[in-house]
Design a binder for this molecule. Sequence first.
Ligand code: BEZ
Ligand code: FE
Length: 289
Amino acid sequence: MNIVTTPDSVLQIATAAMARTPDERLRTVMAALTRHLHAFVQEVRLSEDEFEQALEFIVGVGQATGEKKNEVVLAADLLGVSTLVALLNNQDPQGGESPAALLGPFWRANAPLCTAGESIARSKTPGVPLDVRGVVRDTEGRPLAGAIVDAWQASPVGLYENQDPEQDDMNLRGRFETDAEGRYHFRTVRPAGYPVPTDGPCGVLLRAQQRHPNRPAHLHFMVSKPGHKVLISQVFADDDENLESDPVFGVTRRLIGCFEPQGDGQQATLQYDFVLEPGEMKFPRPPIP
Ligand code: BEZ
Ligand code: FE
């Protein structure tokens, strides 16, 4: 009889109840998730108080998600799950394709389409001017004309435009089309490191774990062209003190860019190339509108 007797029997019976799932992938994923969740609860001998706290955390994460912030994405990032998924799905490049990184909670679709060389610092954005250039190629080394390089970043005070009433809508966001030689070029200001949002349940967790919230300075990129897999990536400033303690574990060696100071250090340049692999051009769902 499928009636619960011991703690262990709950897993057997729950798994049997899910075994009818017609979708094979859903059946496999849910069976593994349930098995691991039960093993976790057994391993830590989860108390009733802890269970209640965990449920409240999940409710709080949902309630803290809205127009300005996606706390659900943030929670996945802080657990290292977003980076794990990005690495698992983009590892062992066969054709030298560029490394991927987590999307983060602040990408917005439909950033302004800009002309080559334009600045994405639209409102008055103080900071060291940064000139960013590179080439987009396919895995055969051929330059990709007409690829879209979507770039976004926090301001030098460490806030994305949608978090900061001082910045214009879409400040520090822009999309650039590559030219016939696959080149892209834009101007901006050097990004600063910044804290992930700590005003919600994720902040409570970080403080309880004595983890600092500061991401190393970086630019986000999403590079796309029909017939190619969309590349989501980040490029980190090579002189940042938090490269080895990113709270969302996003830094890998190949994602560290060379931010070259120019002249007396009043300006900087970054040269970073991308390689797209063949595949379906599928964009992620924006974490915020
Ligand atoms: C970001 O880089 O935008 C980001 C990534 C993960 C969590 C919070 C912010
Ligand atoms: Fe960021």
